[in-house]
Write a protein that binds this ligand. Structure first.
Ligand SMILES: C[S@@+](CC[C@H](N)C(=O)[O-])C[C@H]1O[C@@H](n2cnc3c(N)ncnc32)[C@H](O)[C@@H]1O
Length: 272
């Protein structure tokens, strides 16, 4: 007799993972700040063979953004990498920016970023919740800054996205620009984890760790951008599809590339 799952249409079979997903994600702390710091505290290593889901271990993705950054970022301004994690992108940015400051809500992420950046002179890191009022203070030493943000907005709820953008608006001032690159997967959470190689039998280790420890991510595309960066506050300069490159460990079972969205914006200076 064939098993009941075999007689199911293939499109439904992936939903058999749902009970496992619910049970794994039950242990994730509800408080997002606590969740992120515990996640980073437990990370033993970063890079291509590590447990960090969104770390491809190369600067290939960043190099794909380089022409856009060169086109829009004033090269004389410092760069603030918001939600920098272990600082992989901050370090890649430091290669062609005068000064980079990475900011992350997690003390453990910042400690790791500092360790991994030892010896690089034009880089520093600060632990700060960028959704808190006034969080932009002191990050750019009194000048306008360019802001780089990758893979952060899609892990925040809409209220926190809006609060973060208020702080970023202050950081960019008149001369700075924001570059953002975010996951914009068109599908529900089961389709998302299936894309990354999760099945009832096996979940790639970096993905399982993220499910167990972190809040379920959403997506961030043009619709979400229009909601949190409205045209009375921001001017959209350029946007389009991109690819978010994740840990290659995902490749064996799923796909280590996630459809994404990038945008460049400038802030609108409030009238008199
Ligand atoms: C998916 S990771 C991306 C890390 C890094 N940008 C990268 O692409 O390698 C999201 C990062 O955002 C940080 N984060 C989450 N909420 C934040 C907040 N409110 N303020 C600052 N950082 C935050 C997390 O600690 C985590 O390091």
């Amino acid at each position: 007799m064939s098993s009941p799952s075999k007689s199911m249409p293939a499109a439904w079979r992936k939903y058999l993972i749902l009970p496992k997903l619910i049970s794994l994600s039950r242990s994730a702390p509800k408080n997002r700040t606590v969740a992120w710091d515990r996640y980073w505290a437990g990370i033993a290593s970063t890079g291509a063979q590590s447990e960090v889901l969104w770390d491809s271990g190369t600067d290939h993705e960043l190099l794909g953004y380089r022409d856009i950054l060169v086109r829009h970022f004033d090269p004389g301004l410092p760069v603030v990498d918001v939600g920098c994690g272990h600082g992989g992108f901050s370090r890649a940015l430091a290669a062609f920016s005068p000064q980079v400051t990475g900011v992350d809500v997690s003390d453990h992420a910042v400690a790791r970023a500092q360790d991994e950046s030892a010896g690089i002179n034009n880089i520093s890191f600060v632990a700060r919740d960028m959704t808190r009022p006034g969080a932009s203070a002191g990050l750019a030493e009194g000048t306008d800054a360019n802001v780089f943000i990758r893979g952060v907005l899609h892990v925040l709820d809409a209220a926190d996205q809006a609060a973060m953008m208020e702080n970023i608006l202050r950081l960019v001032g008149v001369r700075g620009r924001v570059f953002l690159a975010e996951t914009n997967f068109n599908g529900n959470p089961v389709e998302y984890v299936s894309h990354l190689g999760a099945s009832r039998r096996r979940i790639p280790a970096p993905l399982e760790l993220a499910i167990r420890k972190l809040p379920m991510p959403g997506r961030f595309g043009p619709k979400e951008l229009a909601r949190v960066m409205p045209p009375d506050r921001w001017t959209l300069v350029e946007d389009g599809p991109t690819t978010i490159e994740t840990n290659p460990l995902m490749d064996a079972y799923g796909d280590s590339r996630i459809p994404g969205y990038f945008a460049v914006l400038r802030g609108k200076v409030p009238g008199p």
